[in-house]
Ligand binder design. Structure first.
Ligand SMILES: NC(=O)c1ccc[n+]([C@@H]2O[C@H](COP(=O)([O-])OP(=O)(O)OC[C@H]3O[C@@H](n4cnc5c(N)ncnc54)[C@H](OP(=O)(O)O)[C@@H]3O)[C@@H](O)[C@H]2O)c1
Length: 328
């Protein structure tokens, strides 16, 4: 028997989650049986448990959009994976559990020496950062990208991937103590999310024609990014941490012809072919293996401490991500 978290109704995560047991079935043709090692608590997991996400599972459901696991046994016809291999779970697998039997073809094999906690966070935030940097504008080395919520998991991936690709990043945060930390990570300029700093973006980017801004906050923060974009530039919204609506002045559309777009990784996974997914994860795994794609971890919790884990994950001003650590 293995342990698994479920929710039977939506609501406050610490209240509606329950720890249950189940027996994972033996793998059928094309399947493998996995021991889940670690899985993060992401904002989207919390939103889904609360019933406030763009796509809701049928209930009861197991949360956890990503995680890392070890192959325990392979069913007939599986030639790509062997017991002992480490893999990334498929999107939306329900990773807050100890054991899972699933199709081998949906798994991404990763190098055995990759840090387990970093690997557990590779399937959601890093591709979000990479795809937003590549799908909306054709950026060249030396170009700038603007972003808010820059110390988030996605934000830190944007900084590191931008640096690896020779791009410059201007990063907006709301806590001054993060400025030296993000500069050390590779951000070219870090400013605070307040009117006077936002007004200095053109100066901080040396008057460059900035064509891409990434928004995970909304409200005035997004307006400040949009104001600094060059004519024809693109504002991509992928999160709404402040829960404030976007405010795009009419003049930004009329006089600057700004593009206002939205990114959702779920949509990309639904549409991307195997050939399109491959290079994305190859680039991310190579960066992670080289230690050039890391996100700090504030704490890990066993599954049984789920209430403390989800409460801590919802706190502001964390020093890093919160993960479940199921097994050594
Ligand atoms: N669209 C997609 O496909 C997609 C994919 C991945 C992630 N996301 C979204 O991206 C966002 C970041 O996710 P993550 O996992 O990277 O987050 P995370 O690591 O958990 O960090 C959360 C971030 O949000 C900031 N924040 C929290 N409340 C805020 C507020 N009221 N105003 C401004 N900033 C606030 C935090 O700043 P402090 O440290 O100062 O508290 C921190 O930078 C979330 O909205 C998530 O849902 C979207």
């Amino acid at each position: 028997m293995s342990r698994i978290l479920r929710y039977h109704s939506t609501g406050r995560p610490a209240d509606v989650l329950t720890l249950e047991t189940e027996s994972a079935p033996d793998p059928a043709v094309g399947e493998v049986r996995l021991t889940v090692l670690a899985a993060p608590v992401n904002p989207a997991d919390i939103n889904q448990i609360e019933g406030k996400y763009g796509k809701q599972p049928s209930l009861p459901a197991t949360p956890g959009a990503e995680g890392v696991a070890r192959v325990e046994s392979a069913g007939p016809g599986v030639s790509t994976l062997s017991p002992g291999d480490l893999v990334l779970l498929p999107p939306g697998a329900g990773s807050w559990r100890e054991s899972l039997t699933t199709a081998a073809q949906d798994l991404v094999r990763i190098p055995a020496d990759l840090d387990i906690l970093q690997a557990a966070m590779l399937r959601v935030n890093p591709p979000t950062a990479l795809l937003m940097l590549t799908q909306y504008t054709d950026l060249n080395a030396g170009d700038w990208v603007l972003q808010n919520a820059a110390n988030s998991g996605v934000g830190r991936c944007v900084i590191q991937i931008a640096k690896a690709r020779g791009l410059h990043s201007l990063c907006v945060v709301r806590r001054p103590e993060l400025i030296p930390e993000l500069e050390a990570l590779g951000a070219d300029a870090v400013i605070l999310d307040r009117r006077e700093d936002m007004a200095s973006i053109r100066e901080r980017t040396g008057g460059a024609k900035v064509r891409l801004a990434l928004n995970a906050v909304g409200g005035d923060s997004a307006t400040g990014l949009a104001a600094a974009l060059a004519p024809g530039g693109t504002l991509v919204t992928y999160g709404a941490m402040s829960k404030q609506a976007l405010k795009v002045p009419n003049g930004f559309l009329i006089f600057k012809d700004l593009r206002v777009r939205g990114f959702w990784l779920t949509r990309w996974f639904e549409n991307a072919t195997v050939e399109e997914r491959g290079p994305v994860f190859d680039e991310l795994i190579a960066l992670a293996s080289a230690g050039r794609l890391t996100v700090p971890v504030e704490n890990t919790w066993p599954l049984g401490e789920f209430a403390a884990a989800v409460d801590q994950a919802q706190r502001e001003a964390r020093s890093g991500k919160i993960l479940f650590r199921m097994s050594a």
